[in-house]
Ligand binder design. Structure first.
Ligand code: C2E
Ligand code: CA
Ligand code: CA
Ligand code: CA
Length: 279
């Protein structure tokens, strides 16, 4: 029994060590990635649902690891958040997105907007307002073309400080979207007090339309309530025409998903754009 207990103890510390080493390695690799330009952005079109016309794009980060190849954000954003590296990575994303979309605007003469995901740490950072101003200034992108996506869960903090931070961000002239709406538990009275512009209905609710009646009820109710609060609504994860039609009938404003386009490289976005413009 003693042997076993000792083995158990060793096993336990070894597990902890492996986890710590993995975290440390990933942290070093992420630092390296920042320094040696291993990140890129993809842009996924967000269309005006009725006309299908492109309105904006969501910037989505990709990591091209020298040996492991393409690493999904789901596999490193959490660690970046945990280690604090998400702050410089998030700044990089913000800057890159603004520069590239400004360039695209100049190439196409189209007033394209860009939506950038903020992490919880970035949102809490008192310097965020300054960072946004600097990025807008250095890229030359006008503030009305930048949308920042914050998740519902990030807003579930002390409401006074959340409202104050949202107001500071909005004072720069950018737009705020609540991402993954419906996945958290914010009450509608809470939502009413938040200075935000757009609700993004979580993919979770769109996925099983038209088979799941509950999801259809929830989605149409969220759209109706959002409109009552003077917010625009975008649905994410739209993959087929039934979902698209349901959203049109229920007056959703915008949509994003594989049905319209997967996330595109800058070059592919430019081509997509030229094609659409010609129609
Ligand atoms: P998200 O913000 O909810 O982004 C939407 C995700 O859904 C993206 O995954 C996108 O590729 C995927 N998607 C788009 N259309 C469809 C569809 O029709 N069907 C399905 N099944 N999926 C679709 P991605 O690019 O792997 O990003 C995953 C998550 O990683 C994002 O979820 C976001 O939370 C995070 N993320 C990505 N880029 C950044 C970033 O620059 N900063 C931060 N903080 N987080 C990021
Ligand atoms: Ca998002
Ligand atoms: Ca989302
Ligand atoms: Ca989601």
């Amino acid at each position: 029994a003693k042997e076993k207990g000792r083995d158990g103890y060793y096993f336990f510390t070894e597990e902890l060590n492996i986890r710590a080493i993995k975290l440390l390695t990933l942290e070093q690799e992420l630092r390296h990635a920042l320094q040696f330009d291993e990140f890129t952005l993809l842009f996924q079109p967000q269309v005006h649902i009725k006309s299908g016309e492109i309105n904006s794009v969501e910037a989505l980060i990709r990591w091209h690891h020298p040996t492991r190849g393409r690493v999904s954000p789901d596999d490193f954003i959490a660690v970046a958040e945990e280690t604090g590296l998400i702050v410089p990575i998030g700044e990089w994303v913000l800057k890159k997105a603004c520069i590239e979309i400004k360039m695209l605007q100049q190439l196409t003469q189209f007033p394209l907007k860009v939506a950038v995901n903020l992490s919880a740490r970035q949102f809490k950072d008192p310097k965020l307002e300054t960072v946004i101003k600097e990025v807008l200034e250095c890229s030359g992108l006008e503030p009305q073309f930048l949308e920042l996506e914050v998740t519902e869960s990030m807003l579930m903090d002390d409401i006074q400080s959340v409202i104050a931070q949202l107001n500071r961000i909005k004072a720069t002239g950018v737009t705020i979207t609540i991402d993954d709406f419906g996945s958290g538990y914010s009450s509608l009275s809470y939502l009413k007090r938040l200075p935000v512009d757009i609700l993004k209905v979580d993919r979770e609710f769109v996925r099983d339309i038209p088979d799941d009646l509950n999801d259809m009820e929830i989605t149409s109710a969220v759209i109706a309530v959002a409109h009552k609060l003077n917010l625009k609504v975008i649905a994410e994860g739209v993959e087929n025409i039934d979902q698209r039609d349901f959203l049109v009938i229920n007056k959703c404003d915008y949509a994003q998903g594989y049905y319209f386009s997967k996330p595109l490289t800058f070059e592919d976005l430019y081509d997509y754009f030229c094609k659409i413009e010609r129609i």
